[in-house]
Design a protein around this ligand. Structure first.
Ligand code: FES
Ligand SMILES: [Fe+2]
Length: 353
């Protein structure tokens, strides 16, 4: 079963559009959910997301000029306010009533900008995935434009039995592929938890937490898929039999389909114990990048093969094992959300109206 044929895009949801640091006084164009969007900040620092297409002849506004808080189109000079309204046309004293571009709801939270590409009236900011641990300072970030469907990324993050194989040089320890997590649904969230006892400390955790390489280590994990755009993994490790010295950390992953078959992928690793020094953070940054790059390589290879098999003449199938329970639940949640969206979609306007 190909992920690209089973997981439709869900528009009525909050998605990460960019990190806070990426968006400033330079126009940033980005494809999100099949929609070209231009992002920038007003002089007062308010983030803005507009459709990246001029209302005149659809020139990209991201290739235009930011003048104060307004965008002056780089083709014929129509000027749009941050509301999306056209406020000036050099070649016409009259501004047509429909001369505006769509402005998207956009909220800044946890060093990310969150966009709502669907029905604006439904955009409730309380539905943005809440990740308060991201407000801490001991964290590192990663971004990739992943040439794979977002469902493949979600399943990768819910099934850590891949870690001893894809990331064996960094953080793979044998219990990751042996202890089956317990997965369940809570509304549009899938939660999966497990504790692994007396596994051997892998190189990355040895360097970052200072535990002896290969020494017995316990590892606690709680995965949360907050459909459709976030996977939060709260974790802790400690030397076996020394639970009073825990090293809690979180890996937080945001996935936003670009609508053209690829996925914008951001991830953060937050180290949540006291006294994390710069050298430790630098080692974490290097390790997190290597690990995320390994996932990107694996997922792009998987997607390329899915595409070839889908287009080929040989019948094929896939099997699932108990470890896949969380991944299968994420498919159900996404399918339910897509169905809800279809049921509540406004009737298309008839051509005669
Ligand atoms: S396309 Fe933008 S002003 Fe003509
Ligand atoms: Fe991975």
């Amino acid at each position: 079963m190909s992920a690209s044929s089973t997981s439709p895009l869900i528009r009525n949801a909050w998605y990460a559009a960019a990190t806070s640091a990426e968006v400033g006084r330079t126009l940033l164009g980005r494809h999100l959910l099949g929609t070209p969007v231009v992002l920038y900040r007003t002089e007062a620092g308010e983030p803005v997301a507009l459709l990246d297409a001029c209302a005149h002849r659809q020139f990209p506004l991201s290739r235009s000029a930011l003048v104060g808080d307004d965008i002056r189109c780089g083709y014929h000079g129509f000027t749009f306010a941050s509301s999306g309204e056209c406020i000036h046309i050099p070649s016409s004293p009259r501004i047509p009533r429909d001369a505006h571009v769509r402005r998207f709801p956009l909220v800044e939270r946890h060093d990310m900008l969150w966009i709502w590409p669907g029905e604006p009236a439904l955009a409730d900011p309380s539905r943005i995935p809440d990740c308060p641990w991201l407000d801490g300072s001991a964290k590192v970030s990663y971004y990739a434009h992943l040439r794979a469907h977002y469902q493949l990324l979600i399943e990768n993050l819910l099934d850590f039995s891949h870690v001893p194989y894809v990331h064996h040089d960094q953080q793979g320890h044998p219990e990751l592929a042996r202890v089956i997590p317990r997965a369940r649904e809570h509304g549009d969230t899938v939660v999966s938890t497990r504790i692994m006892r007396e596994s051997s400390t892998p190189p990355l955790w040895s360097d970052v937490m200072g535990l002896p390489l290969g020494a017995p280590m316990d590892h606690d994990q709680r995965f949360e898929f907050r459909a459709p755009s976030a996977v939060c993994i709260r974790q802790a490790v400690w030397a076996s039999k020394v639970p009073e010295r825990r090293y809690p950390f979180s890996t937080t992953h945001f996935m936003t389909p670009d609508g053209c078959g690829a996925t914008h992928y951001w991830s953060w690793v937050s180290l949540e114990w006291e006294g994390v020094d710069p050298a430790t953070l630098e080692r974490m940054d290097r390790g997190a990048r290597e690990v995320a790059d390994q996932d990107v390589v694996a997922l792009e290879a998987q997607q390329a093969l899915h595409d070839r098999l889908r287009d080929g003449a040989v019948a094929h199938g896939v099997v699932s094992v108990p470890f896949d329970a969380g991944s299968l639940l994420t498919r159900q949640v996404l399918a339910r959300m897509a169905e809800r969206e279809r049921e509540t979609a406004p009737e298309p306007r008839s051509a005669a109206s």
